[in-house]
Design a protein around this ligand. Structure first.
Ligand code: NOJ
Length: 763
């Protein structure tokens, strides 16, 4: 076909999209429905595309600026430009900013034969330029509305920079604090994880994907990446069917049902098959059973890595395995662009699979409105106006305060008095304006977080002094996404100054923990205690002043049993993003009453890991006089702090747990919650279920409902929960969902150790 004729065909298709966009029947939050008018346009487009152009749509290249993975040998900048012009690129990642996006989009639209627009992806993990708390921190808020809002703001800011697609949310359930990527997820629980995952997808995608304020989301990493052995990054995963269906899948199934547009597969192998080449995961479960209509992208280079895994003979074989398994787009392996055309010609890959993959990709591009206007996300004035706007900072502060978890508050040391106190702030992290941004913040500027020192300076009627005490990171070493953090394990030369400050102060606020770059991708740790000389510093300060408030900054659960036993007040503040110091100061001074609850169990020691609340009972759960029961000889089974745990400046009581079974698989639970303390406060009321005996053994308790209540002092409220089939059932080892009759125990309270209990029988 001649080029001029083709251009007319494409223009006709595009304008046809415009006129029909109002008459959309497509439900953008439902993955099982497709829009027939879009499908017709895709049919026509597929008819005019060459095989090479189709394969091009399945190819994603990294941009020419930042890398978030090993930089490949192939596809240097000049070659990539050439491929772009030939229509051999469907998407780019790590290109950002209207100017850059526009420049590349222009090549795709104006210089390629068919002018199909690119889709631009980026890791918008917790904010784009305005960095919000880590996803794990936000999970601690248990506040789905604010989590959705945080994703919505991130989408708006990223979209204003020309982006259409985020590689988020990461929804890998994980029980292993050693894994650096727990900072990116929703924690250890599939029920909470699924709710948060849906909230994030809604926030990113909104109700109208074609709005220039929304972007496509990506559920990652499919599947079971959170279960890598020993928490070591990129390691092997070997888990049973029951864990896969009941623990790993629920957040993925929930977002597929909620209309997430893309999935990313995973680096890990699962039970012997690398996820990228896993037909069961991608074709059977996702595309067939869950009827997912979006597309699946590989992880960075994961198609090429099928060779290192020992699953593919070479890159050609890797491309064949991945595409046949259902990976639709290749991120940075160059495997598809180099090998797929040949594989189709040889008959090793069916044409219909290529068409299916391309259809899925084009569908998302149509839904984003890119065919209507490929530059719809490219308005420089809008970029300027939206980037870093005040509202994003206000919301970031709100969610940061809600993400803080008060772990200990002996003798009501907190909140601190606002006047007449001599406050010592100690710790390198207290004065750090970059580390609280955490990892995954490629678009943000360094030094843009409000430090704790700055946050405390707002409270002017106390005397504030700061001493570092010790460096956390060896000075002048490079800290970046691609470098290991070099922790100071020796230098204690500045202890003395901190000790003398502590001696002359009324209260010492010590800010300790991990550097922001100690968690995230490729940041597994083999220890989970306070890094470097910080524990030593804490103990020394304690000798001279016991009035210590320990503020922890970290991207994973840490083990700090000595601090728990000795330090009177402990505040878990994670890495809270741009408003970090303000949020911490406002909580410590009582301008915000903390309400966060841990989304992951905190272990007492590394030996307990993986430790999680929803474990099985075993055949020997209780000590019966001798040593033959399920335990350690040198450690208790209890965690340092359980899942769901978090204190407030007030207290709550729980009473009157009532259960009514309303016919078939419908259970109504009510409980009275009262604010028994002295101030107004919020509580996350949690309901846990125990299916006492079943054909597949069930965990000792599983979260099946939660609700946030806000109560004035002395006020009570009755909280209602409905348990239906979804909450009462489970998957068996054939992947079938069952609800079995029998006895169930219900527990309701403020954390996963809740003691108020009642029972019902399901007939
Ligand atoms: C590798 C990570 O595993 C993935 O989550 C991320 O989206 C890509 N790199 C792109 O940066």
């Amino acid at each position: 076909m001649r080029k001029s004729l083709l251009v007319i065909v494409i223009i006709a298709l595009n304008s046809c999209n415009k006129t029909n966009s109002k008459a959309k029947t497509f439900d953008s939050m439902n993955n099982t429905v497709v829009n027939s008018s879009i499908e017709r346009k895709i049919d026509s487009l597929l008819e005019v595309m060459t095989l090479e152009e189709k394969v091009g749509q399945m190819n994603q290249y990294n941009g020419f600026w930042d890398a978030t993975g090993p930089v490949p040998n192939k596809g240097n900048q000049a070659e990539k430009y050439e491929d772009l012009k030939k229509g051999l690129v469907g998407s780019m990642l790590n290109v950002r900013g209207v100017k850059q996006v526009k420049a590349l989009q222009k090549i795709a639209v104006e210089e390629t034969r068919l002018g199909i627009p690119l889709i631009f992806g980026f890791d918008v993990i917790h904010g784009f330029k305005t960095i919000a708390p880590l996803p794990l921190a936000e999970a601690a808020s248990w506040d789905l509305k604010i989590i959705e809002k945080s994703a919505k703001n991130a989408a708006e800011e990223a979209a204003a920079a020309g982006l259409n697609w985020t590689f988020a949310p990461m929804i890998d359930v994980s029980r292993d604090a050693r894994w650096g990527r727990v900072m990116e997820g929703g924690g250890e629980d599939p029920f909470l994880g699924a709710k948060i995952a849906v909230a994030r997808v809604k926030g990113f995608q909104g109700n109208d994907l074609s709005s220039p304020k929304t972007i496509a989301a990506c559920a990652k990493h499919f599947a079971a990446y959170g279960f890598i052995e020993a928490g070591r990054e990129y390691n092997t995963v070997d888990i049973g069917t029951s864990t896969l269906y009941n623990t790993v899948f629920p957040p993925f199934k929930a977002v597929s049902d909620a209309g997430v547009k893309t999935f990313m597969n995973a680096f890990n192998e699962l039970n012997g098959v690398p996820a990228t080449a896993d037909r069961f995961l991608q074709r059977e479960v996702l595309k067939k059973d869950w009827k997912f209509k979006g597309f699946v992208i590989s992880d960075w280079g994961s198609i090429g890595e099928l060779v290192a895994h020992g699953h593919a003979k070479d890159l050609n074989h890797a491309a064949e395995l991945a595409v046949n398994a259902g990976s639709d787009m290749d991120m940075e392996s160059s495997a598809y662009v180099e090998e797929l055309t040949g594989l189709v010609k040889e008959g090793k890959v069916g044409k219909e699979l290529i068409d299916d993959a391309v259809r899925r990709i084009l569908r998302v591009k149509y839904e984003l409105g890119l065919f209507d206007d490929p530059y719809r996300y490219c308005n420089e004035n809008n970029e300027e106006e939206v980037t870093g706007k005040k509202k994003f900072h206000e919301d970031a502060l709100d969610i940061a305060k809600k993400s803080i978890v008060l772990l200990k508050n002996e003798n009501d040391l907190l909140p601190l008095k606002k006047q007449g106190m001599k406050i010592a702030l100690i710790g390198a992290l207290a004065n750090d304006k970059t580390s609280p941004l955490g990892n995954w913040r490629l678009a943000a500027k360094e030094e843009t977080a409000v430090s704790v020192v700055e946050g405390f300076q707002e409270y002017k009627e106390n005397k504030l002094e700061y001493a570092k005490g010790a460096d956390l990171v060896i000075p002048n070493t490079e800290i970046s996404m691609t470098q290991e953090v070099q922790v100071n394990t020796k230098d204690t030369s500045e202890f003395e100054e901190a000790l003398s400050l502590a001696k002359r102060s009324d209260v010492v606020v010590m800010v300790l923990g991990e550097h922001g770059m100690q968690s995230g991708e490729a940041r597994s740790r083999s220890t989970i205690d306070l890094p470097g000389v910080q524990q030593q510093l804490l103990k020394e300060v304690y000798k001279v002043n016991k009035n210590i408030v320990l503020v922890l900054m970290n991207g994973r659960p840490l083990a700090f049993p000595w601090a728990k036993d000795n330090i009177p007040a402990i505040v878990e503040s994670w890495q809270l993003g741009v408003q970090s110091g303000n949020a911490i100061a406002q909580v410590i001074y009582g301008d915000y009453n903390p309400s966060g609850k841990l989304p992951m169990t905190f272990p007492k020691s590394l030996g307990q890991v993986p430790i999680y609340y929803n474990h099985k009972n075993t055949g020997r759960p209780i000590r019966e006089g001798n040593v033959f029961w399920s335990h350690y000889s040198d450690e208790t089974n209890d965690p340092l702090y359980p899942f769901g745990y978090g204190l407030s400046y007030t207290s709550f009581s729980y009473n009157n747990l009532k259960i009514k079974v309303n016919g078939q698989n419908k259970v109504h639970v009510t409980v009275d919650v009262k604010n028994t303390g002295k101030v107004k406060g919020k509580e996350v009321v949690q309901l846990y279920l125990h299916d006492v005996y079943a054909s597949i053994t069930r965990p000792i308790r599983e979260l099946k409902g939660f609700e946030m209540v806000e109560l004035e002092k002395g006020e009570s409220k009755t909280v209602n929960f409905e348990l239906n089939e979804k909450e009462l059932g489970f998957y068996n080892n054939r992947g079938e969902f069952l609800v079995e009759p029998g006895k169930f125990n219900v527990f309701v309270g403020g954390n996963s150790k809740a003691e108020l209990t009642n029972t019902f029988i399901l007939k």
